[in-house]
Design a protein around this ligand. Sequence first.
Ligand SMILES: *[C@@H]1O[C@H](CO)[C@@H](O)[C@H](O)[C@H]1NC(C)=O
Ligand SMILES: *[C@@H]1O[C@H](CO)[C@@H](O)[C@H](O)[C@H]1NC(C)=O
Length: 376
Amino acid sequence: MVENNNPRVFGSSMFLCLLVLMIWNKIVVVVPQAEARAFFVFGDSLVDNGNNNYLFTTARADSYPYGVDYPTHRATGRFSNGLNIPDIISEKIGSEPTLPYLSRELDGERLLVGANFASAGIGILNDTGIQFINIIRITRQLQYFEQYQQRVSALIGPEQTQRLVNQALVLITLGGNDFVNNYYLVPFSARSRQFALPNYVVYLISEYRKILVRLYELGARRVLVTGTGPLGCVPAELAQRSRNGECAAELQQASALFNPQLVQLVNQLNSEIGSDVFISANAFQSNMDFISNPQAYGFITSKVACCGQGPYNGIGLCTPASNLCPNRDVYAFWDPFHPSERANRLIVDTFMIGDSKYMHPMNLSTMLLLDSTSRT
Ligand SMILES: *[C@@H]1O[C@H](CO)[C@@H](O)[C@H](O)[C@H]1NC(C)=O
Ligand SMILES: *[C@@H]1O[C@H](CO)[C@@H](O)[C@H](O)[C@H]1NC(C)=O
């Protein structure tokens, strides 16, 4: 597939590229603090930087008006009017945005910035998002991470590669689609006939454990694990399930069961490992702050999507034919499922500096500080 199809790898620029890397490594050895850490991203559409552009799938954000507020004003595959959550985290750690792993531009020196393996539509389970046809399921994302490490090894050697991966920041965002695009996708879905909701959540968490353990085995040592947002409050669910604009009860119940068990899982894994490898982010609360009081955050609404059609602009997809609001900054939701860039900024702020209501066992600014001092 995509693995070795870039002719530049074998071209004359290879020598130049290695030279640059060697110089770069020297600088790193002298001033370790000057090095921005690598960043790896796994998960679904909330964090996909454009991998699905390269796939035969219906889960895509590669046409107008997606990206209308992106620096290039072009659609990139991000499910946002502008930047998404990983972009803003990259900004905070002083890095370039992560390139999609399937992008041909992710090559040479750029590999050292990290990579984005996320794919819109996927979930914890393999059967989540099957309606989107060809998407990169989480086990495949982890295989790509292995392959990535082999490619980087060929550039800077296995030891430096391991160091880069161990010192990297990792983000994983999963779970929402296991409800929205699986359990609750249709009435009497296969999973909802198989499991009562509480048992389904227990099953999801047991599968998520395997994924997090695998990430650890692959060298991840700082992993931000986000819970789901308030799934019942997104414009799509308001349009389909709400009578008076109240958040849809069954999806809120799903989030309320899933999120605390995810925090528990993170705590268990950290205590088994004996180190704070996993950090859980209460994305539910981060979103709920501005959803329950939009005006306090400068939004005119948290119910109506900027781009869409039907009640709450929550029906169907955001396309060139949809309603489009003139000022995206005053909408909490960009499309029927995804926050606007401004909302994403508020969410990332809580990851960075939120107190224990949002972040366990620490926030990202504390983590960055800890890691920078432990490395001198
Ligand atoms: C999902 O698919 C992968 C790859 O085919 C497989 O290794 C894994 O066991 C599957 N997971 C479940 C829960 O069936
Ligand atoms: C989170 O970050 C802020 C600002 O850096 C800091 O003052 C605060 O103590 C941190 N809170 C926790 C719980 O780590």
